[in-house]
Design a protein around this ligand. Structure first.
Ligand code: ES4
Ligand code: ZN
Length: 323
């Protein structure tokens, strides 16, 4: 087995709903007496091919309709945890999309109870710690983000922080400045997707207006040298997702990935899987794919794995255990 596959690492950019493998879609559909608009697992897996972020999101939101009960969310986490632990993931900060569930009638309490029960089971079964980051859907009304944050206030002890995801272009971070200000006052950590399909100006807004602790993606930051300078001097972590960028056609193939230039510029880069069920690989697979397609050395991968622990919101006791 490739040692990069099992190198101990933290995963900081992982949408738990994006770990829904076709087999689990069908199993949960059967359990909840729902029909899936695909003939079988193979037909659904074949549909996991995308032209861009929005074409992926259409299928991502459709598939998660099978998630109905607390047990479904707990099973989603325990399935992911088994795969992640086998690829060296020792700590994970998982995103979830509250509005994608509440908007189809699943109460936030059900989602939270299921995810936290899944985390409890996962940490009992594996050497894996986990936390939750609630993301706002940036392509829905800002008002809804405010009311979602109000609802999350009742669960603040179960959350590490908040994030911002879904369709990026046309929905700049600055729309959410007040939501982020309120979340900061609740003691939550702040992250946001920026610079995936959107321009470097969205990354500037995420750091200057939202005050994020990490930038999710940021694969486009190399287009703006002043931004690179700023990220470097702030030691601002970036959570890159190489296989995602290829599957969503942000890059023609992995040989175009700017990882080497980012490392040379002294950026705090990490390697993550984003939506591993949809993008062809878990955290370790992303390390291996980079090693196959870019002239990076073992030292680079060890640094990126260390960055992942440094950039995490892990508590001090667990950090001492892992580092
Ligand atoms: C996502 Cl790859 C990506 N980008 C933005 N939002 C998302 N939600 C789930 N995966
Ligand atoms: Zn993402």
């Amino acid at each position: 087995m490739h040692d990069l596959l099992t190198l101990p690492k933290a995963e900081l950019h992982l949408h738990i709903e994006g770990t829904l493998e076709p087999e689990l879609v069908f199993a949960l559909a059967r359990r909840n007496r729902l029909t899936v608009p695909f003939a079988d697992v193979e037909a659904l897996r074949t549909a996991y091919r995308f032209d861009d972020l929005v074409s992926f999101l259409d299928l991502y939101y459709a598939c998660m309709d099978v998630l109905r009960t607390e047990e479904d969310f707990a099973d989603l986490v325990t399935d992911y945890a088994r795969r992640a632990a086998a690829q060296g993931v020792r700590h994970v900060e998982m995103f979830f999309d509250p509005q994608a569930h509440t908007s189809r009638g699943i109460p936030l309490d059900v989602v939270m109870a299921g995810l936290t029960e899944g985390i409890r089971r996962a940490s009992a079964l594996h050497d894996l710690s986990a936390g939750l980051i609630a993301c706002f859907l940036r392509d829905r009304p800002v008002e809804e983000a405010h009311s979602t944050l109000d609802a999350l206030a009742g669960h603040v002890d179960s959350l590490l922080g908040i994030g911002l995801d879904s369709a990026e272009v046309g929905y700049p971070p600055s729309l959410f400045t007040e939501v982020y200000r309120d979340a900061r006052q609740m003691g939550l950590r702040l992250v946001a997707h920026a610079g995936e399909e959107g321009p470097p100006s969205y990354v500037w807004e995420a750091i200057d207006e939202l005050g994020v602790d990490r930038v999710d993606h940021g694969v486009r930051v190399m287009e703006d040298s002043a931004l690179v300078q700023r990220l470097q001097s702030d030691r601002m972590p970036l959570t890159l997702c190489p296989l995602s960028n290829v599957r969503l056609r942000v890059l023609p193939d992995l040989s175009f990935h700017p990882m080497q230039a980012m490392l040379s510029a002294g950026l705090v880069v990490t390697v993550n899987s984003d939506d591993p069920a949809y993008f062809g690989g878990y955290a370790g697979d992303n390390f291996v794919a980079l090693a196959e397609d870019l002239p990076l050395g073992q030292d680079d991968f060890v640094l990126m794995a260390r960055n992942s622990f440094d950039a995490s919101f892990i508590d001090d006791d667990r950090r001492r255990e892992l580092m």
